[in-house]
Design a protein around this ligand. Structure first.
Ligand SMILES: *[C@@H]1O[C@H](CO)[C@@H](O)[C@H](O)[C@H]1NC(C)=O
Ligand SMILES: *[C@@H]1O[C@H](CO)[C@@H](O)[C@H](O)[C@H]1NC(C)=O
Ligand SMILES: *[C@@H]1O[C@H](CO)[C@@H](O)[C@H](O)[C@H]1NC(C)=O
Ligand SMILES: *[C@@H]1O[C@H](CO)[C@@H](O)[C@H](O)[C@H]1NC(C)=O
Ligand SMILES: *[C@@H]1O[C@H](CO)[C@@H](O)[C@H](O)[C@H]1NC(C)=O
Ligand SMILES: *[C@@H]1O[C@H](CO)[C@@H](O)[C@H](O)[C@H]1NC(C)=O
Ligand SMILES: *[C@@H]1O[C@H](CO)[C@@H](O)[C@H](O)[C@H]1NC(C)=O
Ligand SMILES: *[C@@H]1O[C@H](CO)[C@@H](O)[C@H](O)[C@H]1NC(C)=O
Length: 896
């Protein structure tokens, strides 16, 4: 009976949809797909859409383009959490994919969109030609975006959906699935890679796409940022003022492009030339709706819903951390304004001239510039043509795609001699043209003023945006703390009583999977042997800097919220802004960033720490202004280091263990030679010493570099600095790591040990890595991470059965800026520095020794998991106190 009723209903619904074009009296019902790069203002657009009446504007799916301001793993989990908060776990979410483009131009299924189409080859790793324009660190760069300025983890509740390796639907799967189900409208508020690939590979599904709304580009725009005020007191040099584009990091080379278009001009070309009707909301229009002080003041007063709070807090922190005093002429309503214009046009049933409440519109003929004139030159900048008999995708030999393509943001080709200081490059420019290349699009030209001139909000859209975000209908259900009746933030700090603390140790990690296991192990080594004083993060390796939150969570689990964590530099030593010469060796997809940034999908199983990364900052530390909570500021690696070395007893010295690139350590050495006088010795996990031609390193993405090991390769100049420092170094190189990288054996040993929460977690993580390595070629390198644990065990150095065997050798690291040699280690009797090298250990002892300590009840977790935390937060506090007391008894049992 029930089944029948449903069938009937779906027939009715189907009839409604199918008959859409014939029945003008039907209620408005639009299916919508949002393709986003999950930057802060993308979130505003997403919330705006979620707050619409669902029977009119029904968001079906979100696909994430990871080729821009965010990293896939952080972006997708944030989107899942937003949907959970909004009660919309029905919306499908797609990100990534391991498909590739073969050199003959064949596009395989599931291209992940991590790279612009022009650079997409056979892996998810690749150069950062356009992406160099996106800053990597804080101050609004990828770190801040990934953490949503630190607000995300304090605010958004965490539901059951999350990224998990190989279970996560890919962007292309979600696009195909959603678009093939029926007529749909696409909102594109990020880079065009996903949709460009989709259109190239699924021409038969184009017919279902009714309309595409795009934010980006600049046609006749004149950038109001970087202009000199008329009354400027001191001499002022205009910067990007008056440009069509907004690449604040590259305008002297390309003043014409806007960020979304610039990240993948060829993909944008595919979208615009697809024949699908397009409405573009370019900088022309968004430049006329800058975020004003009044808007923020009004918004502060109107935070009736969780979504309004979340977006307001975000925007406020963006403003408060803005790098100069130009926020109000630099930050615009980009993506959310586009959602507003689109929804309003759709409400008018796509009226012919796009009449809507919020923007003035006009038709215009444009194209997307993908290469610079003269066309047909073969200057090595354009992989579609260079060195090929037939151009890729059968592009036309002297056509619009055949000119010079910018090779990076500082491409000398773009400079104009004796010019006005502006480059000539047009890659990504939405340029007005006539003739065969012209595509007619509906263009927003100007934001409409508020009809109510007495309102402090000067644009019609501001009013609507605040109304919609504060609507009680369809509102967020709770935030992270209000989801639980007995939520409480607790910091766990140990009481070591009279225990005599062992040697002070500082751990420097790049947050690869192995580093987290190493960290758990370090926390298990009896404090009488090793006293972990601090953690330094080198985010120049396997993970985005925002992954630092997982470190905080591991420390919280282990009851060590007292340990300071300092964030190191996001660029390798000697790298200029945005250069990815070395990090391009890390895949963006499977087995790379998406997995490290989520700890292979397991990061969210950890209890959540009240400590986390935040963009909050303080003038005292060089920030442009104090934010509301300067005390929450994320400390830097050097600060933590200086604190630790200043607080040492006069007779003690620090042991450093590094598990990643040596960026942070090199910066410590560079900062002040005296700061190294407190270093006892350094254990470095990494480096490879080849004994014959076949004895290869592990920089697997760059085949020309046969002999380097990744930690050295990722920052060779730092490695050179460290090895030349004259400090006492013990190297734990790849060769010996490979003697102890058997997943099978370590898992067997762990199975036999006691099930402490940390043993359970370690087992899950390692068995997941093992499973992935066993099953899927993309995960062939998982044993790299297993080898990383060895350094900790050697540094602890208290097991007589391990039989470590060392040799002292004169070594030298190659650092010349040549990617086929950088990071290699050679034995050099004349110039090499003497280093103690671990040659072998007793492998059988090793696994058991590791497992036994992880399963030891001493120094064990005080809270096992996020699930356990949820139980505590759902129980009255008089009951939880009993639970917690039990834990702390276990913990303090060790004190004798
Ligand atoms: C949503 O739209 C439907 C169809 O147009 C309408 O019947 C319904 O009343 C609307 N709901 C709200 C809360 O406005
Ligand atoms: C969560 O919501 C509560 C109740 O509105 C509020 O007091 C709290 O500040 C919110 N949390 C955050 C992180 O803003
Ligand atoms: C310039 O004028 C603006 C407003 O017209 C004013 O806010 C600002 O303080 C003035 N600056 C100087 C340096 O006089
Ligand atoms: C755009 O081009 C079409 C022909 O392709 C032409 O008919 C139309 O007038 C042009 N529109 C504008 C605004 O230039
Ligand atoms: C690297 O940096 C150091 C110190 O800043 C400098 O002396 C050296 O010349 C640089 N090397 C290269 C290849 O840029
Ligand atoms: C350094 O130590 C001082 C005093 O103990 C403390 O207040 C501060 O937070 C520490 N800073 C860092 C970066 O650890
Ligand atoms: C290196 O370590 C040895 C013993 O561990 C010590 O005697 C020597 O002074 C150290 N050298 C430096 C430069 O710290
Ligand atoms: C715990 O507190 C609740 C109210 O918060 C109360 O109803 C209950 O009786 C208390 N239980 C005990 C064991 O004290």
């Amino acid at each position: 009976m029930l089944f029948r009723k449903r069938l009937l209903w779906s027939l009715v619904l189907f009839g409604l949809l199918g008959g859409a074009d014939f029945c003008s009296a039907k209620p408005l019902h639009r299916r919508i797909l949002l393709d986003t790069d999950a930057d802060a203002d993308d979130l505003f657009a997403l919330f705006y859409l979620l707050k619409q009446n669902q029977s009119e504007f029904h968001l079906q799916a979100v696909t994430i383009t990871p080729n821009s301001w965010n990293d896939a793993g952080h972006a997708v989990n944030q989107v899942y959490d937003i949907l959970y908060m909004m009660g919309r776990d029905d919306v499908s979410v797609g990100v990534g994919g391991e498909g590739t483009i073969l050199s003959d131009g064949t596009i395989l299924p599931n291209v992940g969109g991590y790279l612009p189409i022009i650079d997409q080859g056979e892996s998810t790793a690749g150069p950062c030609r356009y992406r160099q324009s996106v800053p990597v660190g804080g101050s609004g760069g990828k770190l801040d975006v990934a953490a949503n300025y630190g607000i995300r983890r304090g605010f958004l509740p965490q539901g059951n959906r999350k990224y998990s390796p190989l279970r996560q639907p890919t962007a292309q799967e979600v696009l195909i699935d959603t678009i093939s189900k029926g007529p749909i409208t696409i909102f594109m508020i990020g880079t065009h890679t996903n949709i460009g690939i989709f259109l190239m590979t699924n021409p038969h599904l184009k017919k279902n796409i009714e309309h595409i709304y795009v934010v980006g580009g600049g046609v006749r725009s004149k950038n109001p940022t970087g202009c000199c005020p008329k009354n400027a007191s001191s001499p002022c040099k205009p910067s990007q003022c008056g440009d069509h584009g907004n690449l604040f990091t590259a305008y002297t080379y390309n003043p014409n492009a806007e960020f979304n278009m610039f990240q993948d001009p060829f993909a944008a070309y595919q979208v615009f030339h697809s024949g699908i009707p397009i409405t573009l909301v370019p900088l022309d229009a968004t430049n006329t709706i800058p975020v004003t002080e009044n808007f923020l003041i009004e918004w502060e007063k109107r935070q009736q819903t969780y979504e309004s709070q979340y977006c307001f807090q975000t925007l406020k922190l963006v403003r408060d951390t803005w790098f100069d005093d130009q926020f109000y002429t630099s930050y615009f309503m980009w993506d959310s304004f586009t959602s507003g214009v689109a929804v309003s046009i759709m409400r008018n049933l796509h009226s012919h001239n796009g009449e809507n409440e919020f923007a003035e519109m006009e038709y215009i003929n444009i194209t997307i510039v993908t290469s610079n004139k003269p066309y047909g030159v073969s200057d090595g900048s354009n992989p579609f043509f260079d060195g090929r008999l037939t151009p890729k995708f059968y592009l036309q030999k002297n056509g619009v795609h055949s000119g010079h393509v910018m090779t990076g943001i500082k491409d000398p080709f773009c400079l104009v001699e004796n010019g006005n200081g502006k480059g000539k490059c047009e890659d990504g420019y939405t340029k007005e043209v006539t003739g065969a290349e012209a595509v007619r699009v509906l263009l927003a030209t100007k934001a409409k003023p508020n009809k109510d001139i007495s309102s402090p909000l000067d644009r019609e859209y501001f009013k609507n945006f605040l109304d919609v975000l504060n609507l009680p209908q369809g509102t967020g259900r709770f935030n992270f703390s209000t989801e639980y009746p007995y939520y409480k933030e607790v910091e766990y700090k140990p009481d070591f009583g009279k225990r005599k603390l062992g040697k002070p140790v500082v751990f420097d990690m790049d947050m690869s999977a192995g580093d987290f296991v190493a960290l758990i192990y370090l926390l298990k080594v009896p404090v009488e042997v090793m006293n972990l004083k601090g953690i330094l993060v080198s985010p120049t390796g396997w993970a985005n800097a925002a992954t630092i939150d997982i470190i905080y969570d591991v420390l919280h689990m282990m009851g060590r919220d007292d340990i300071p964590v300092g964030l190191g530099d996001v660029y390798a030593v000697n790298q200029s802004y945005g250069d990815c010469r070395y990090t391009k060796a890390i895949p963006n997809g499977d087995g790379g960033f998406i997995d490290s940034d989520t700890l292979y999908g397991l990061g969210r199983n950890l209890p959540r720490s009240p400590r986390r990364y935040t963009a909050h900052n303080s003038v005292k530390y060089g920030a442009p202004r104090n934010t509301d909570h300067p005390e929450l500021r994320q400390p830097l690696a050097l600060e933590v280091w200086n604190n630790i070395s200043d607080s040492l007893d006069p007779q003690s010295k620090i042991t450093i263990l590094t598990n990643g690139p040596l960026t942070t350590l090199a910066n410590i050495i560079l900062s002040e030679e005296k700061s190294t006088s407190v270093i006892q010795n350094i254990y470095i996990v990494g480096g490879h010493i080849s004994y014959d031609d076949m004895d290869h390193g592990n920089v697997f993405i760059i085949p020309s570099n046969k002999y380097a090991e990744l930690n050295m390769f990722l920052d060779p100049f730092a490695a050179k600095k460290v090895f030349n420092s004259g400090l006492n170094i013990t190297l734990i190189p790849l060769g010996v790591q490979r003697q102890v990288n058997s997943f099978r054996k370590i898992l067997e040993s762990l199975q036999l040990t006691k099930k402490t929460p940390e043993a359970v977690f370690t087992y899950r993580l390692l068995s997941r890595l093992h499973h992935l390595q066993h099953k899927y070629p993309r995960y062939h390198h998982m044993d790299i991470f297993l080898g990383e644990i060895l350094g900790t065990i050697i540094a602890a150095g208290d097991d007589p059965h391990l039989h470590p065997f060392f040799q002292v050798k004169p070594i030298k690291v190659i650092a010349m800026g040549d990617e086929s040699k950088d990071g290699q280690i050679v034995i050099d009797k004349k110039q090499g520095k003497l280093v103690k090298i671990l040659e072998s250990v007793n492998p059988r002892e090793y696994y058991d020794y590791f497992a036994k300590l992880i399963g030891d009840k001493s120094q064990s977790a005080v809270i096992g998991s996020f699930d356990e935390q949820k139980i505590i937060w759902s129980t009255p506090s008089n009951k939880t106190r009993v639970i917690k007391k039990g834990k702390s008894i276990i913990f303090s049992n060790n004190s004798n």
